[in-house]
Design a protein. Structure first.
Length: 101
């Protein structure tokens, strides 16, 4: 088994676990964690694509860019979770419909 096929299995595993987490959970913090797992799979795929194409520097620079953007998304998501917990007293995604003004 080649290195790229092992990495592809890892990418598929991470993407599957992240998607499963998004579909199953209703807790906002767990949703943010599932999104983080999905992004880690995409980062691994970017690095593997860079290695496969012979342009490892391009794959790594794209991965760093995604890491920066992903950090911003995670911080905003967790800040949203904190505010929802303060206002509603719960982290349930279904409770967000109560926030309509």
């Amino acid at each position: 088994m080649s290195t790229l096929s092992i990495i592809a299995l890892g990418v598929m595993g991470l993407l599957g676990a992240g998607l499963y987490g998004l579909l199953i959970t209703r807790n906002l913090i767990k949703v943010v964690i599932a999104l983080q797992i999905l992004v880690k799979g995409a980062l691994l795929a970017l690095a593997a694509a860079g290695q496969a194409s012979g342009q490892i520097n391009l794959g790594q620079s794209l991965a760093v860019t995604v890491i920066v953007a992903d950090t911003v998304v995670a911080v905003v998501g967790l800040a949203l979770a904190v505010q929802v917990k303060r206002v509603l007293g719960t982290l349930d995604v279904a409770a967000l419909s109560d926030l309509r003004g």
